[in-house]
Design a protein around this ligand. Structure first.
Ligand SMILES: Nc1ncnc2c1ncn2[C@@H]1O[C@H](COP(=O)(O)OP(=O)(O)OP(=O)(O)O)[C@@H](O)[C@H]1O
Ligand SMILES: [Mg+2]
Length: 332
């Protein structure tokens, strides 16, 4: 079955949450005239598609993918964050899909990347408590969920609870990217989140997105330079109390001689997560796994220890990083 067909059965996506982070000053006056629908059910999609200011895009999506895109991106489109969806960068499966969108004056960028999550994305993240320890649950406005009923639903993993958790993962990714971009890290600038999606800077050429680093062979000199750039970014993250949590060459884009870190929903705060050092060691091991193949001489354990201590974190190791599940394996 086409995974997008699942969309029609997803009760938990009936409600389109409010969109936030809209810098009103950046919105062009006069064009934002459409009243945003807050309750959009799949069978209303066709009507929505017919409406004025509906999202009609160049990308040739299948019927269900199209409905999914309309549901997730129409509000951003109506708020004039972008003018068109041009192509699928990656995905189309059961997790997140990333699309290349045509930018406009709002962000002053030629293209944007829209990361649109499938509802299953975080349900498949086994051992998610490893990352959620000490974390606040965030609502679709990025605020802490304090409502007892909502927290109970999350603890009981009801349908509502799963939806709230899903939103919380996305908001954590958006907040982490905002924090790191602000701090000068090499991450795509995030613009807005909500509605199952994040809009951010697109990294790549007109007709091709930047490849992930794992597909690239570097010469020794460039490998050494990019390794230093990666370490510099890790130091910025630690200074902001963040560990990526899924760092590897698969989550680093390589574009015109520079690297960009992506994919942050599982990022953790060492101040509140007791597994932080083990997770950090795993990040360093995976990063070094790639750079070692490119001729860089690095010892992940020593490097992890040095960076950790240098940034003032105490070394506690409740979990052996080699025992942590690997993304993509059945245990993750
Ligand atoms: N800002 C961006 N610009 C260009 N391409 C991007 C951007 N963000 C993500 N991508 C592409 O989309 C892919 C998936 O993005 P990301 O890693 O954030 O999501 P994911 O849920 O982990 O998906 P996957 O499991 O496929 O890695 C990346 O590997 C990259 O190829
Ligand atoms: Mg990824």
């Amino acid at each position: 079955m086409n995974t997008f067909e699942l969309f029609e059965q997803l009760e938990d996506l009936e409600k389109i949450p409010a969109i936030r982070n809209v810098p009103e000053s950046q919105l062009r006056q006069g064009r934002f005239t459409h009243k945003v629908k807050r309750q959009t059910k799949p069978n209303q999609m066709a009507e929505l598609a017919e409406e004025e200011h509906a999202l009609n895009f160049s990308y040739h999506a299948s019927k269900h993918e199209k409905e999914w895109l309309i549901s997730s991106l129409t509000t951003f489109y109506q708020q004039q964050w972008f003018d068109d969806v041009l192509s699928l960068i990656k995905g189309g499966g059961k997790e997140a899909s990333v699309y290349q969108c045509l930018g406009n004056e709002t962000t002053q960028t030629r293209y944007l990347a829209a990361k649109v999550y499938r509802p299953r994305k975080f349900r498949q993240l086994r051992n998610d408590s490893l990352y959620r320890e000490g974390r606040l649950h965030l609502d679709d406005e990025g605020h802490e969920i304090k409502n007892g009923g909502a927290l109970h639903a999350i603890n009981k993993r009801t349908t509502l609870g799963m939806r709230l958790l899903h939103t919380s993962w996305i908001e954590h990714e958006f907040q982490t990217m905002s924090l790191l971009h602000e701090a000068g890290a090499d991450v795509p600038q995030p613009y807005v989140s909500g509605n199952n999606a994040i809009l951010m800077d697109y990294i790549g050429w007109d007709d091709m997105p930047a490849p992930t680093l794992n597909t690239i062979n570097l010469d020794r000199v460039e490998a050494q330079r990019l390794f230093q750039q990666a370490i510099h970014n890790i130091e910025i993250m630690l200074a902001q109390d963040r560990v990526h949590g899924d760092l590897s060459a698969y989550n680093i884009l390589y574009f015109e001689g520079a690297i960009y870190l992506i994919d942050f929903p599982q990022a953790i705060d060492p101040a509140v997560n007791r597994n932080a050092y083990a997770i950090f060691q795993r990040d360093m091991i995976r990063l070094c796994d790639y750079f070692q193949t490119q001729g860089v001489d690095c010892n992940p354990q020593n490097l992890a220890k040095d960076l950790w201590v240098k940034n003032g974190f105490p070394i506690k190791q409740p979990v052996d990083p080699r025992l942590l599940p690997v993304e993509g394996s059945d245990d993750f």
